[in-house]
Design a protein around this ligand. Structure first.
Ligand code: SAJ
Length: 410
């Protein structure tokens, strides 16, 4: 049995490596020649704890190979990005469409095609339709039901960056086949490495399930962020407040922060809003609250910075969340870029998980170690709750103005 994974990013590569670790032949397909070459050397082009070892073992053992051109396989897993188009938050399925063009020529009777990418409701059926157009000699579930030549399912990924290898194995999976036979085939495939339970449903419910999980988290973070702004106005410590409220047996408020970053939670809820704008009012409002939070933080810093002639501002943390080095889609970065526009201010950027600033940040300030930054700063802003920041001596910041968006120093 050969398994092909199309899209070798944060989800595809670890998934390919997991199948390979179970001694299955895995062919990884990606449009990025550099990524393909890196993987074929047994190395990785993304950051995820322990993934380098698993990929290295898979390649050296002869179980994983990467290519830019699809080859025949028995199962195809599609794990490509699903961003939205421009500012109007409409889902962009073009990567799925090109993945279909890539695999269509090598599809054969009996194959299984699984969409893993987070997708708007109806995307799996569309994908199946694109494959059907490209391969009129084969039959697909939307026209031939259980008698189709090719099986199609949606099985959304739901692993947490930073813990991908563990969560791939341990998390339960939702398997949304276009027919019961499609679901059964997909379940058999995941059972090769998934220790969690596999729950079978239809494709539309599986699509909505993934969007619901991330919207649930977004709405709950928005609640915490809204509270933090209300408490600031009312002169109440929001961290103490949340701790106390959470002592109620049925209350579990999440943590406020500088905004919501990452590649999923700030995007997926818009797929629901786009599908049912007249009903998705709370989900839209939550997105707006979370998107507004970085601007609110910037305004607070500006109000304080105005008191200094040449303020030195230490910005603690650039990553999109704690203890990772991923700076993409990070509210901390957004805040730093806004603060860099302040005339006469000097920004000291502290990010213990990187050794040099990425391109877009080199003009904003200087990368600095934690103690130096605090020593020199007039204003200290905590933007990420990295473990190193919890060790900061309170006496070191006593004489500074502290704006703590994560409750690390409060
Ligand atoms: N955040 C807060 N307060 C909190 C929790 C998170 O401000 O109490 C912020 C984080 O700092 C970060 C953002 O939210 O900026 C997102 O972080 P996260 O840890 O909540 O989630 P992600 O984006 O790393 O991964 C999420 C996960 N989804 C859920 O927990 C429902 C993961 O399981 C999904 O697989 C992933 O999205 C995805 O790929 O969709």
């Amino acid at each position: 049995e050969t398994i092909s994974v199309v899209g070798l990013g944060y989800i595809g590569l670890p998934t390919a490596a997991m199948f390979a670790s179970r001694k299955k032949q895995v062919i990884g397909v990606d449009v990025n020649q550099k990524a393909v070459d890196t993987i074929n050397r047994g190395e990785i082009h993304i950051v995820e704890p322990d993934l380098d070892m698993v990929v290295h073992a898979a390649v050296v053992g002869g179980y994983l190979r990467a290519t830019t051109i699809a080859e025949p396989a028995d199962a195809f897993l599609i794990a490509v990005p699903t961003p939205f188009k421009g500012d109007n938050h409409e889902p962009d399925l073009s990567y799925i469409e090109s993945a279909c063009q890539t695999i269509a020529p090598v599809l054969k009777k009996g194959d299984l095609v699984i969409l893993e990418s987070t997708s708007p409701v109806g995307a799996t059926e569309k994908m199946s339709g694109w494959l059907a157009v490209a391969r009129p000699d084969l039959t697909f579930p939307q026209t031939h039901g259980e008698k189709s030549d090719v099986r199609v399912a949606h099985c959304p990924e739901r692993v947490l960056p930073g813990h991908v290898l563990r969560e791939l194995v341990q998390n339960d999976r939702v398997i949304g086949g276009m027919t019961p036979k499609c679901s059964a085939a997909a379940t058999d495939l995941y059972k090769l490495f998934v220790a969690g339970e596999c729950f079978i449903t239809n494709a539309r419910t599986a699509e909505m399930c993934k969007l619901t999980e991330n919207s649930f988290r977004d709405v709950n973070i928005a609640f915490a962020n809204e509270l933090s702004m209300i408490c600031d106005k009312l002169d109440i410590n929001v961290w103490e407040l949340i701790k106390l409220a959470n002592r109620h047996p049925r209350v579990k408020i999440l943590q406020p922060g500088p905004g919501v970053g990452g590649h999923c939670i700030a995007i997926d809820p818009w797929f629901i809003v786009d599908a049912a704008p007249e009903h998705a009012k709370l989900i839209r409002q939550a997105r707006e609250v979370n998107d507004h939070k970085p601007h609110w933080v910037v305004e607070r810093v500006k109000a304080v910075a105005d008191r200094y002639k040449n303020p030195v501002i230490a910005c603690l943390g650039l990553a999109f969340k704690a203890n990772i080095d991923d700076l993409r889609e990070s509210p901390a970065v957004e805040i730093v870029q806004e603060l860099a526009k302040l005339r006469d201010a000097r920004l000291l950027l502290v990010e213990p998980n990187i050794s040099q600033l990425p391109k877009g940040l080199t003009d904003t300030g200087e990368l600095c170690d934690l103690n130096n930054a605090i020593e020199q700063a007039d204003i200290v802003i905590v933007l990420v709750d990295h473990k190193q920041f919890a060790l900061i001596e309170r006496s070191a910041v006593l004489a500074k103005v502290v704006i703590d968006t994560r409750g690390v120093l409060c």
